[in-house]
Ligand binder design. Structure first.
Ligand SMILES: *[C@@H]1O[C@H](CO)[C@@H](O)[C@H](O)[C@H]1NC(C)=O
Ligand SMILES: *[C@@H]1O[C@H](CO)[C@@H](O)[C@H](O)[C@H]1NC(C)=O
Ligand SMILES: CC(=O)N[C@H]1CO[C@H](CO)[C@@H](O)[C@@H]1O
Length: 355
């Protein structure tokens, strides 16, 4: 995204937390299908968070990783910072899909070259290109943005993945300190999983994608007018401290989604109308065993809905945006989680962004 323009990224590295590693400490295979990433033969729902290691000091790294895990994350997404690692200036690009058009046919062949080069390294794990609609097979194209529920990958054999979901925004001189309400962030995440997503990454701790923001040390902030604080209103603040209620609310959401994992990876959701502006997205394992997201998109009225013989009250949404509330509920166990979309109190410079 824009704020990283001086700290660009090509392809990121995924470190999977213990628990996804086998007994010997090494995951034996990582592949994917049209539904999800597949680790040791099992489809997984993965919650990921970005940590930019140069934006904190090495002493803080273990603490950041520990807290991320406590916050319900499975994966840390990190970046290659060209200002530290690029051997020749100009080699590394970030979100190249946004500028590819300017280079015509050469832009397309560069994408092809980059994909072949990466795949040719035989790393045995899948590669992704974010914001790259024409990512060649087998590279997975992924979505970056504030909302990614309407995103579809460029092939039905690739999973729907969200690599940068902006949990907030970077601070610039002359602008308000960025703030994105956790309810809205949680809504976007719930909505993504509701519509078939299986991987999402918080960019910076505060914003959806950034799990930890940190600091632009020295003269690395880039510009124009980007502040040294890269706090990003993330779940872990600039100094690595837990930011509530964002941290706790998202942790609960991650746990909720985790509880439904076996349902979410098993099938595509079936959408069902429960009335005007009311819908269910149901993931069936068998005909009477499912996990469901119930949503009320009405901006003014709450409603009682009946789903699978149980009655649920879904409050109204007050904002002008045409969707408001999601509850994830496992059909066969007592479990629910509520998120609400409320961009009205955002203070991002670009608050109206959607996919
Ligand atoms: C990757 O595997 C291919 C096919 O076996 C081989 O030709 C190539 O040299 C390997 N690349 C590297 C970097 O090891
Ligand atoms: C929902 O049901 C509750 C309990 O029966 C009732 O008190 C409430 O008025 C109902 N709300 C709506 C919007 O129908
Ligand atoms: C993919 C996507 O939504 N990218 C957007 C990220 O945010 C920047 C900053 O506003 C937009 O310019 C991009 O279009």
């Amino acid at each position: 995204m824009g704020g990283k323009s001086t700290l660009a990224v090509v392809l990121f590295v995924i470190l999977v937390f213990e628990g996804y590693f086998g007994e010997r400490g090494v995951a034996t295979t990582v592949t994917y299908d049209g539904k999800a990433l597949v680790i040791d033969g099992k489809r997984r729902i993965l919650q990921s968070g970005s940590i930019h290691y140069p934006r904190s000091t090495p002493e803080v790294w273990p603490e950041l990783i520990r807290k991320s895990k406590e916050g319900g994350l499975d994966v840390i997404e990190t970046y290659i910072f060209w200002n530290y690692h690029e051997p020749v200036k100009g080699e590394i690009e970030n979100e190249y899909g946004n500028v590819e058009w300017a280079y015509g046919i050469e832009g397309q062949s560069y994408v092809k070259w980059a994909a072949e080069m990466a795949v040719g390294l035989n790393t045995t794990v899948p590669w992704v290109m974010c914001v790259q609609k024409d990512a060649p097979d087998p590279v997975i194209n992924t979505c970056n943005g504030f909302y990614c529920d309407r995103f579809t990958p460029n092939s039905p054999s690739k999973p729907k993945m969200w690599t940068e979901n902006y949990s907030g925004w970077f601070l610039s001189f002359g602008y308000a300190v960025p703030y994105r309400p956790v309810e809205d962030l949680a809504f976007a995440v719930a909505r993504f999983f509701e519509t078939g997503g299986t991987f999402q990454n918080y960019y910076m701790v505060g914003l959806i994608n950034l799990y930890f923001g940190g600091t632009n040390f020295g003269r690395t902030a880039g510009g124009p007018l980007i502040a040294t604080s890269y706090d990003y209103d993330a779940p872990l603040d600039e100094y690595g401290f837990i930011r509530q209620p964002k941290f706790g609310h998202l942790r609960d959401l991650h746990l909720a989604i985790k509880q439904c994992e076996e349902y979410l990876v098993n099938a595509n959701p079936i959408q069902q109308s429960l009335g005007r502006n009311l819908e269910a997205h149901v993931y069936y394992k068998t005909s009477n065993d499912c996990a469901a997201f119930l949503a009320n998109y009405d901006s003014s009225s709450g409603a009682n809905v009946t789903f699978n013989g149980n009655s649920y009250f879904l409050p109204a949404w007050v904002s002008k945006f045409p969707r408001k509330l999601d509850t994830a509920t496992k059909c066969c166990t007592k479990f629910s989680f509520i998120t609400e979309k409320d961009p009205s109190s955002w203070s991002l410079p670009y608050a109206q962004m959607s996919q």
